[in-house]
Design a protein around this ligand. Structure first.
Ligand code: FES
Length: 229
């Protein structure tokens, strides 16, 4: 359960959508969790108006609905940021300082201790178990980008690189609208091991193909690697 975010955005909620979800799962109290899961799948959190509607249209009381929504960590009662930073705290990352990396993200984004989202709702920071790339420990995933070998000092560079990559992808998307959709995608790992084995020169060859459009991650801070997952 996340803390209160003071910068709550107004949201227009389609209550008919809530009614449809309730009709699908039924009004019994045992249906409450699936109903809340379905609502959260739509909105990425549980808007208060939706919780009220659930209480009005099911056999669960407002207190039931509130207690379930606030008890289970899978549910959010505040909107998430547009991008999610997942800081791995699995064993390999933990022993290499993942908690300090987590704290550094929150500090640089100005997120208070009891909250997980920055004030303009650009980023939500959360802890996760193993991301499946323990060789890069400590590792972090921002949306579909993975950054490895992190330290608190590298966090500002990671945030800057991610935002720059968004800007580049926006430009690339604009180009695709003009030239037509891509027919395929080549994903290259640019970690230090792959670069040592020749990934850089291979990526240059691929990028030089007449029909290629690259999604480079630019100048990452030393020691940070990025790869599409
Ligand atoms: S423990 Fe962090 S990626 Fe596996």
């Amino acid at each position: 359960m996340t803390g209160t975010n003071a910068n709550t955005l107004p949201e227009t909620l389609d209550l008919a959508e809530v009614d449809t979800i309730v009709a699908r799962h039924g009004t019994a109290r045992r249906a409450l969790i699936p109903i809340l899961q379905a609502i959260q799948n739509v909105h990425s959190y549980l808007p208060p108006e939706a919780l009220q509607r659930v209480a009005e249209t099911t056999q669960s009381s407002p207190a039931d609905v509130t207690s379930v929504a606030t008890f289970y960590t899978q549910f959010r009662t505040e909107p998430a940021g547009r991008h999610t930073i997942r800081v791995c705290i699995g064993t390999a990352c933990h022993v290499k300082g993942a908690q300090n990396v987590f704290d550094s993200f929150k500090k640089h984004l100005g997120i208070p201790e009891d909250q997980d989202t920055d004030s303009d709702r650009t980023f939500t920071v959360e802890k996760v178990a193993c991301l499946g790339c323990c060789m890069l420990a400590p590792a972090v995933q921002i949306d579909d980008l993975t950054y490895g070998n992190l330290s608190p000092a590298k966090v500002p560079g990671v945030l800057r690189d991610f935002l720059e990559s968004l800007a580049r992808e926006g430009l690339a998307a604009g180009a695709r609208e003009i030239d037509g959709p891509p027919v395929g995608e080549v994903r290259m790992c640019l970690c230090s091991s792959c670069i040592a084995s020749g990934a850089s020169s291979m990526s240059l060859v691929i990028a030089s193909a007449p029909s290629a459009r690259t999604k480079s991650h630019g100048s990452l801070p030393a020691g940070i690697v990025a790869t599409r997952t």
